[in-house]
Design a binder for this molecule. Structure first.
Ligand code: AMP
Ligand code: ZN
Length: 493
């Protein structure tokens, strides 16, 4: 594998190689669990999942760590307002995040939690104070002194010359271009959660969390650090400043940032209120596989604008992939053809070349669909032989190890979200489309196979009344039936 990746730190596409041996050590900033994740968040998590899967496919051992931000300004505020502890408040959203990530077939990284590492964060800050990189204010908070770290700005390419020494900012997220000493540790506020520690009572800032936990799990210097593009500044810039000040060594080698998902040209975000969660879309009748496919249909560094038309197209693409695989499982005449085996090999190569090119998922999908088109035409003409099947399945399987949409567990996931909506009192959001999909899944595969056989038998016996009746029954239950050269195929809507 010759993966080339864009590195935000060098601002160039570079060949990716692990620092040591065959193991890739990577860290991704995880969700802040104060609400349900939206599909913009999942664009980033899926981009990281594609990277992880491709590295694994290339033979690397991947140690992939992700944090759960279960303490930050918003969580502390919301928990206090709800009269709950931080843990009680975040438990529901953590569970939802793992369920949604599973429904989107994101392979689970090793999880670390901020609240479980607070003592380590305090020790880290104590060392920064000893070394002169951090200072304490009168109220008992601690700040990082950015004037002591001349490389500040190297990731975000911002020039902070002329910044005001000692100006401070104490919120976790702040204005771009605003270089200020940032909070490492915040003194307790009445009525809000705080922890006792070697540097006094309080709570960690958001940035220190990722420095401490990434180095704890992956070492002082590791291969790759990932997140959405909004994290470049200040979050990742601050992580570099804290970590490299402490160790004197380069922190992460590669910085990987996914471009924001847009809705009608605007960034999808909680604060703008223009977001969809996975659950919102499933309740409208869209499948998790469709959403995953849509989010990979544009390379991670390009702009992707969310639309319902886009979702329809993604659904059609997933159907075509699944139908094609089903068709390949049919019966073919003996023999083999050089054209088909060559096409299979060329497609595998195109797929690899596309992903090697900074994970060009769109080109990877184009390679598979070009093959599908050519093979469908060949099948219609009877030009695909049984000896060709393995060569054509190989690129399809390789594709699915990355894109992961062929295995159909959509209905089980949709059923779960349907039950959740009922339990949450969101019945009014359950669409007729979702209900129809769930109804159609009431028939087992074997029952559908049996009905399709009866239909075919009736037709052979020229009993069209019966065959039409069975067909109509199946269609009413959301089963789509298609006549192909290899016989009748069915699938669920
Ligand atoms: P948060 O839960 O806000 O901490 O965000 C979790 C991850 O989602 C971070 O890596 C963010 O950069 C990323 N993210 C947030 N909004 C979007 C968006 N609209 N498109 C892509 N990634 C996003
Ligand atoms: Zn982080």
């Amino acid at each position: 594998m010759a993966l080339r990746l864009f590195n935000t730190l060098s601002a160039k596409v570079e060949e990716f190689r692990p620092l040591v041996g065959n193991e890739v050590r990577m860290y991704a900033c995880g969700p802040t669990v104060y609400d349900y994740g939206h599909i913009g968040n999942f664009r980033t998590f899926i981009a990281v999942d594609i990277l992880r899967r491709y590295l694994q496919l290339g033979g690397y051992k991947v140690k992939h760590v992700m944090n759960i931000t279960d303490v930050d300004d918003k969580i502390i505020r919301n928990a206090a307002a709800a009269g709950l502890t931080v843990q009680q408040y975040t438990a529901k959203y953590q569970k939802a995040f793992f369920e949604d990530a599973g429904a989107l077939r994101i392979e689970q990284p090793q999880i670390v939690r901020a609240t479980e590492n607070i003592a380590r964060m305090a020790e880290f800050i104590a060392k920064l104070v000893e070394m002169g990189y951090a200072y304490k204010t009168d109220d008992g908070s601690y700040y990082f002194r950015i004037a002591k770290f001349p490389a500040y700005g190297k990731l975000s390419k911002k020039d902070f010359a002329g910044m005001e020494d000692g100006a401070r900012v104490d919120v976790d997220e702040y204005e771009k271009d605003n270089a200020r000493d940032f909070a490492l540790w915040k003194a307790p506020k009445p009525g809000e959660a705080s922890w006792d520690s070697v540097i006094g009572p309080g709570r960690p800032g958001w940035h220190i969390e990722c420095s401490v936990m990434s180095m704890q799990e992956l070492g002082e210097s590791f291969d790759l650090h990932a997140g959405g593009e909004d994290l470049i500044f200040p979050h990742h810039e601050n992580e570099i400043a804290q970590s490299e000040s402490l160790t004197g060594k380069p922190f992460a080698h590669f910085w990987f940032h996914a471009r924001f998902l847009l809705v009608e040209g605007e960034k999808m975000s909680k604060s703008a209120g223009n977001f969809f969660t996975l659950r919102d879309l499933v309740l409208k009748g869209y499948k998790p596989s469709t959403i995953r496919y849509l989010l990979t249909s544009v390379p991670y560094r390009n702009q992707l604008n969310f639309t319902f038309d886009g979702l329809q197209q993604a659904a059609a693409s997933v159907d075509r992939l699944r139908n094609f695989r089903q068709r390949l499982a049919g019966k073919f005449a003996d023999g083999s053809s050089l054209t088909m085996t060559t096409l299979g090999q060329q497609t595998s190569k195109r797929l690899r070349d596309a992903l090697d090119d900074d994970l060009n998922t769109a080109q990877g999908q184009a390679a598979i669909f070009d093959m599908i088109r050519a093979v469908n035409t060949a099948m219609d003409a009877g030009n695909v032989k049984s000896g060709d099947v393995a060569a054509l399945l190989a690129p399809l399987e390789q594709f699915d190890r990355i894109f992961s949409v062929l295995q159909d567990d959509d209905v089980a996931q949709m059923q779960r979200i349907y039950e959740w909506a009922k339990a949450e009192g969101r019945e009014k959001d359950i669409s007729a489309e979702l209900e129809e999909i769930l109804r159609s899944s009431a028939l087992t595969d074997a029952q559908i196979d049996a009905k399709v056989e009866q239909m075919v038998a009736a037709r052979k016996a020229r009993d069209f009344a019966t065959s039409d009746k069975i067909r109509a029954e199946l269609v009413a239950q959301g089963i789509l039936i298609e006549q192909t050269k290899e016989g009748v195929l069915w699938r669920r809507k």
